[in-house]
Design a protein around this ligand. Structure first.
Ligand code: K7E
Length: 651
């Protein structure tokens, strides 16, 4: 009897299940038909879709290009999570509007001049043994030769350093395998001092170089006093990568102007792009940074320029720490493979990728086997003897990112608008996929670390053309998600980026990032120390010291304390605002009307604003984040009176 019931039950259940799945199937078909989706589209959608509340598997940190910011999004959903403001003021986060973040932004002043934008190119994650540790992110500003540190505990910029020698950088930021140094290579050669020299003095007085910024992981800060620069010839250094594994201790920087061309079409010379591309080869710079770091400790090995240690070319050469190897004309990316033996140089103006073998390079260095010297006295290694091999990939090869399987690398072809999957050990091409359009960098998950994850790849394209609804002549950028989990690559998704050109992205498993949800009560988020203006509930007060008013305020739903602040016209005002909320995601914003003031105060944070009360009148202040049902009531009055005037208001 029991058996019979069980049988009946399973028949009904089976039938229901079938009916349900037939219904689901037909719904599925209906949606596909209504939306005009192919089966392939539907599969792609299923691969990227994240149901509400489900988190992504990877974080991607993409440079925000001309916005001077960093963009954070999740993979595979491609949902944008945050813009981290770095070199540019950003009002929502109050960055550049409160006193402490202004200080960081102003650390980035160049020769006393305020710079309020940056051309961010290359984000790099901090590493431990060549593997991403999820603690810090670094990014360069190509236009003003600066490097910023972002603390991933809070996703906030915590430091900006200005290169004291370079006028622009491109090869930054790149980190050594234990984040000992952050490498920044010069782009456009110029005098390392701030002096004028005419273009005719280019070969003698213009220089490039690589700066090694010492990073203290405990403090989370670059230590400029312990940093140094290797002087290099004015070859227009381009991208850089640090060695790892067997090449740990070495660095590699390519360049594009072995011609030492200086332009000047008015003289009937060819323009820069032609003049810089006449030779068949340029130079890959190979240097031993561990040795250079030792040299920099001894004052007799360095010259001081703009308060910064510089190792001159001849000192590096004399100590066997600097070499050149020819590379195919005007290369672009240089990427060291996960175990550090192979170095792939992209052939921007050559259809070939070149794979250098570090063992072969080291052999020549050890045997002092050089083919000659350049005009600055740097020993040159033999190209053929340094190569593992070359492979024809296609037109406009720019960058490389490594896959999970041994020997697999993905490369971007700018002119062909393709991603190529190939084997750099056996020099074989496996697959190609078309992208839309003109790809610059590409990022396979953790593809530049010693532990690449494969699975997904982002193509950071330069043009979008017809991919999105038109919004006028300035199009959004297009980041495309590609599935690389199978033999064949498959394009899954287009993410429009309306922020700036996202040159490069760095990706990391979400499981490696552990951000805080609130600050310890009364924290200065820029220093991560207790703020001098920390104010707890019940401690709110106002003090006058001469003509300087200090306001110790708190914000909590749905109240700003104090609610009235009266000052004299001309008073200096310092206001400390502590968000005393303990709940997650209860940020308050604060503004005083007509004063160009806006701060964002996260739970536990103390924000500081400083200004002069130079206009008379009544100025409401309020919370700018909708934080509760009584949000509109979260307000107060800032009153500025002229002490010389008699206000007779009772008539
Ligand atoms: Cu190729 Cu600045 Cu790395 Cu852009 S760079 S493409």
């Amino acid at each position: 009897m029991k058996k019979y019931v069980w049988l009946m039950y399973s028949m009904i259940a089976g039938w229901l299940f079938l009916a349900q799945s037939i219904e689901a199937q037909s719904k599925f078909q209906d949606v596909m038909q209504q939306r005009g989706l192919s089966e392939q589209d539907a599969i792609a959608a299923l691969k990227v879709y994240q149901p509400s509340g489900k988190h992504d598997e990877y974080y991607v940190f993409a440079s925000g290009g001309q916005s001077g910011q960093v963009l954070v999004y999740g993979v595979p959903s491609m949902r944008i999570l945050k813009y981290i403001s770095v070199f540019t003021p950003e009002p929502w986060q109050g960055y550049g509007f409160d006193t402490d973040s202004k200080e960081i932004l102003r650390e980035g002043n160049v020769r006393g001049r305020e710079i309020n934008w940056g051309d961010t190119h290359h984000p790099a994650l901090s590493e431990t043994n060549g593997v991403y540790d999820g603690q810090y992110l670094f990014i360069n500003d190509k236009a003003n030769a600066r490097i910023a540190v972002i603390n991933l505990k809070y996703f906030e910029t915590s430091q900006i350093v200005v290169n004291p020698l370079f006028k622009s950088d491109h090869g930054g930021a790149f980190v050594t395998p234990n984040t000992e140094y952050i490498l920044e290579s010069c782009q456009y050669a110029a005098p390392l001092t701030n002096d004028y020299y005419p273009m005719e003095a280019y070969q003698d007085t213009y220089r490039g170089g690589v700066t090694f910024w010492k990073f203290d992981k405990e403090k989370g800060r670059i230590l400029p006093e312990e940093s140094f620069t290797l002087e290099l010839p004015p070859y227009m250094q381009d991208l850089t990568d640090a060695g790892k594994g067997i090449s740990d201790g070495w660095g590699f920087t390519n360049s594009f102007n072995s011609e030492l061309y200086t332009g000047g079409i008015e003289k009937g010379f060819p323009p820069f792009e032609a003049g810089c591309s006449r030779s068949d080869t340029d130079y890959l710079h190979v240097y031993n940074w561990k040795k250079l770091a030792e040299l920099a400790k001894d004052a007799k090995n360095v010259k001081i320029i703009n308060n910064h240690k510089v190792i001159p070319i001849d000192v590096a050469v004399k100590n066997n720490a600097l070499f050149l190897i020819p590379e195919n004309k005007s290369p672009h990316g240089v990427d060291v493979n996960p175990n550090g033996q192979y170095i792939i140089v992209s052939g921007k103006l050559d259809t070939h990728a070149s794979v250098y073998d570090f063992k072969k390079i080291l052999q020549q260095i050890d045997n002092k086997e050089f083919v000659g010297k350049d005009s600055y006295g740097i020993p040159i290694l033999d190209l053929k003897k340094s190569l593992h091999g070359q492979l024809e990939l296609g037109l406009g090869h720019l960058h490389n990112s490594f896959g999970k399987e041994d020997g697999i690398v993905y490369s971007s072809l700018y002119v062909d608008s393709q991603i190529v999957k190939w084997d750099y050990k056996n020099l074989k091409i496996y697959d190609r996929v078309n992208i839309h359009y003109n790809v610059g960098h590409l990022e396979a998950m953790e593809g530049k670390s010693a532990d690449p994850q494969g699975k997904y790849l982002i193509a950071l394209n330069k043009l979008a053309i017809d991919r999105f609804l038109p919004v006028g002549p300035l199009h959004p950028q297009n980041n495309q998600l590609i599935d690389i989990g199978d033999k064949k690559m498959e394009l899954l998704y287009d993410l429009p980026i309306p922020l700036g050109e996202p040159h490069q992205a760095a990706s990391i498993r979400a499981s490696k990032i552990h951000p805080e949800v609130r600050y310890p009560m009364g924290t200065n988020p820029k220093t991560n120390q207790p703020h001098i203006g920390k104010t707890l509930a019940g401690e709110e007060h106002i003090v006058r010291k001469g003509d300087h008013m200090y306001i110790y305020a708190t914000m909590v739903r749905s109240h700003i304390n104090p609610e009235h602040i009266t000052v004299n016209k001309g008073d200096k005002v310092t206001m400390y605002i502590t968000n005393v909320e303990r709940a997650e995601d209860e940020t308050h914003g604060f503004t005083i009307d007509h004063h160009d003031i806006h701060v964002s105060v996260e739970p536990g944070e103390t924000a500081q604003i400083d200004f002069v009360a130079d206009i008379e009148g009544v100025f409401p202040y309020y919370c700018t984040e909708f934080c509760s049902a009584l949000h509109l009531e979260m307000m107060g009055y800032f009153l500025v009176k002229d002490p010389k005037k008699d206000y007779d208001w009772s008539q």
